[in-house]
Design a binder for this molecule. Structure first.
Ligand SMILES: Nc1nc2c(ncn2[C@@H]2O[C@H](COP(=O)(O)OP(=O)(O)OP(=O)(O)O)[C@@H](O)[C@H]2O)c(=O)[nH]1
Length: 468
């Protein structure tokens, strides 16, 4: 049937749809047929249901909803479009957040903290910060007391349960930098499996070099009377190197935390998860490199000054730990981080992109990290202080706020910035893509922009590459 004739004769919608989607379109203009697949009737039906402005190529692609509404800010009135001329420039797409404004989000958070919402169960909070109790106690005169009607409207939330962490299992993992002990932790605040990567190969030596072993107290504890020695060994509560011929379960009281001044405090890093940087080698950030660099630095042998002028300096195996927190994307999660990357491609920086998505620049907390360190006998008043590997001043303050004893901050200079400094000092041309012996480095425009923002906007304590 001729298409135009059919339309003039009042062909039914169904027959028209059938004709349009038939495998062989009955049109003589074969050369003009679409190059992509034939029209899908389901897709057409869905498009029709969406209304007249939606085409096959547009339906449900509403990333920039303001553009369809000429009255919205940033929208362009397409009736004025006369093709590209020198006077008329194409409009720039504008990001329109579909989240509630930040003020509303904060208000909701405040209400939640005040216990005004039904979900006051602290164990189900997704962030790691303890909920603040804003209600004044009768003895506190500074804060205004609530009226009884207020109190009735918003009941006082139960005090937060004391944070508890428990090491569920530990195992040896060989790495290019040497063996590490991977510890898996559970806690009563979030349902995430945070990790501790402990470097302490001296635990394999028959002769202890004098430093206390870095061991988890909760793991070495006996969990129940029914637990067998094999149960304990299977979850990692053993001493020395586990093998078919060496199977010695640990005992809780075996490891004192105290140390001598002769041995430097262990290096510790609190690291936040970054799937993109650590797993697929993204060069937008230096997270993968930082994790590698932290394990490398902690594994370096420690030189102890000789006790007598005539004797040789002594070297002991490197020791310390990386606490690996599941706080992807500075606590906003992978989904939001990936959206934030697209906003960064539009020209925004890592801080602004977070804010545009309704998040804070940094939503992390370090309460669980401190509890894990305490469980490992690190950073406690009675035990060893720690040398913290970081450039982030907030991290240092937050950990000190949790009672951690930080004796030194050790900076983490990105490898590519260090290489540039080295090349500059030697008067060499900078070679892009050069890798250092023992590990790769990330580099590039995206990374430089990210690192500069951390220094300039987030106060990271790192000299800029050009100042090195
Ligand atoms: N939201 C967001 N998160 C990012 C971005 N790039 C990396 N991250 C996350 O940032 C976290 C690492 O934080 P950093 O600021 O690099 O390091 P830090 O731990 O605060 O500081 P240092 O101890 O000095 O390394 C990881 O959770 C990454 O997933 C980004 O562009 N946006």
């Amino acid at each position: 049937m001729d298409l135009h004739k059919g339309i003039e004769e009042g062909i039914s919608d169904l027959a028209l749809l059938d004709m349009l989607t038939a495998p062989d379109l009955p049109t003589p203009k074969r050369a003009m047929r679409r190059r992509d697949s034939d029209l899908d009737p389901l897709l057409l039906a869905a498009a029709a249901a969406y209304g007249p402005h939606v085409t096959r190529n547009h339906y449900a692609h509403d990333f920039f909803p303001a553009l369809s509404d000429p009255r919205s800010e940033g929208a362009y009135d397409w009736t004025r479009w006369r093709g590209e001329t020198k006077q008329e420039r194409k409009p720039r797409l504008k990001y329109v957040s579909r989240q509630a404004p930040r003020s509303q989000k904060l208000k909701e958070e405040r209400e939640k903290e005040n216990g005004q919402t039904k979900d006051a169960d602290v164990l189900r909070r997704s962030d790691n910060l303890p909920p603040k109790v804003l209600v004044a106690t009768p003895s506190s005169s500074a804060a205004p007391l609530r009226s009884s009607t207020d109190a009735a409207a918003s009941p006082v939330p139960a005090p937060p349960q004391d944070l508890e962490v428990k090491c569920m299992a530990r195992t040896r993992v060989p790495t290019p930098h040497g063996p590490v002990f991977l510890h898996i932790y559970h806690n009563n605040r979030d349902n995430k499996e945070h990790l501790a990567i402990v470097v302490d190969p001296a635990q394999y030596l028959d002769d202890s070099p004098g430093a206390p072993a870095i061991r988890s107290h909760s793991l070495d504890a006996v969990w129940s009377e029914a637990e067998t020695e094999m149960d304990r060994i299977t979850r990692g509560a053993y001493v020395g190197r586990l093998s078919p011929s060496s199977q010695i379960p640990s005992t809780p009281s075996e490891y004192p935390d105290t140390t001598t001044d002769a041995i430097p405090s262990p290096l510790v890093r609190i690291h936040s998860e970054c799937f993109t940087g650590e797993t697929i080698g993204s060069m937008r950030c230096d997270c993968g490199e930082q994790l590698d660099e932290a394990i490398r630095q902690i594994s370096q042998p420690i030189m102890l000054p000789s006790s007598a002028p005539s004797s040789e300096p002594v070297s002991i195996p490197g020791r310390g730990a990386v606490v690996y927190l599941r706080q992807e994307g500075r606590g906003i999660g992978l989904l939001s981080k990936i959206r934030a990357y697209n906003l960064q491609d539009l020209g925004h920086d890592t801080v602004t992109a977070n804010l545009m998505l309704g998040h804070k620049a940094d939503e992390r907390g370090y309460e669980i990290a401190a509890a894990i360190l305490r469980d490992l006998g690190l950073g406690t008043e009675a035990g060893e202080g720690v040398r913290l590997l970081t450039n982030n001043p907030d991290k240092v303050q937050a950990l000190e706020g949790e009672g951690m004893r930080i004796v030194e901050r050790v900076p983490m200079v990105p490898r590519s910035w260090r290489r540039r400094q080295h090349a500059h000092a030697q008067g060499k041309e900078e070679a892009a893509g050069l890798t250092m012996i023992g590990g790769g480095e990330v580099y590039g425009e995206d990374l430089d922009k990210y690192l500069r923002t951390k220094v300039l906007k987030m106060g990271h304590m790192l000299p800029l590459a050009e100042d090195l």
